[in-house]
Design a protein around this ligand. Structure first.
Ligand code: TMP
Length: 208
């Protein structure tokens, strides 16, 4: 039987990493074989592309280059890691997937939805996540969390508030258009209630 595919989305500072651990723990508890991965990245080659995409020194990157590199990393990730795992019956949990491209390159950078959809039709081979958890919170709250971290900011994190407002808006629009797949979770709530909401969404998926 094919495994289930879950993607995790949200703007910077939404607490995705913490919730990835909650998800992994949940799947371990229910003895569901799974892999945890991320985009851009997830394979050695795609991780190299990630480095190019996130390095602040590439600040002048053309938007088409950014878009195509995202899809190049995704093609590698999908064909060599995601699809083989799903076909082997494992669940795949990816920290970001296609919705991030619509939100960041579409909403944030202004690439048309049609252009992104064209690349998605080509590379995804019809695969979409069974469930997408969108961790939503006000941009200012997310930014505060990001700036509290000691690490240096990457090329996306260095963007202005307006960029993230557009991304948040786009994510929420997508959630409205596909409410059965995209599940919005209030990421500004306490860690305990965010964790409870995550487990409830996973219960629903596991039992269907
Ligand atoms: P993250 O690991 O903190 O989520 O960083 C990945 C960055 O890449 C994040 O700023 C969002 C961005 N991104 C895109 O712009 N488009 C995409 O398709 C994906 C997967 C990520």
């Amino acid at each position: 039987m094919k495994g289930k595919f879950i993607s995790i989305e949200g703007i910077e500072g939404a607490g995705k990493s913490t919730q990835m651990s909650v998800i992994s723990e949940y799947l371990d508890t229910h003895q569901i074989p799974h892999i945890i991965t991320r985009e851009p990245g997830g394979t050695p080659l795609a991780e190299e592309i990630r480095e190019i995409l996130l390095k602040p020194r590439q600040s002048g990157m053309h938007i088409d280059t950014e878009l195509l590199l995202m899809f190049a990393a995704r093609a590698e990730h999908l064909n060599t890691k995601i699809l083989p795992a799903l076909n082997a019956g494992q669940w795949v949990i990816s920290d970001r997937f296609i919705d991030a491209t619509f939100a960041y390159q579409g909403g944030g950078r202004g690439v048309t939805e049609q252009r992104i959809q064209m690349l998605a039709d080509w590379t995804l081979q019809g695969l979409m996540p069974d469930l997408t958890l969108l961790f939503d919170l006000p941009v200012a709250t997310g930014q505060q969390r990001v700036h509290q971290r000691a690490a240096a900011l990457d090329r996306f994190e260095q963007e202005k508030i307006e960029f993230f407002e557009k991304i948040r808006h786009c994510y929420l629009q997508r959630a409205k258009q596909a409410p059965d797949r995209l599940h919005v979770i209030d990421a500004s709530a306490s860690l305990i209630s965010v964790g409870t909401a995550v487990r409830a969404a996973l219960d629903k998926l596991r039992l269907t």
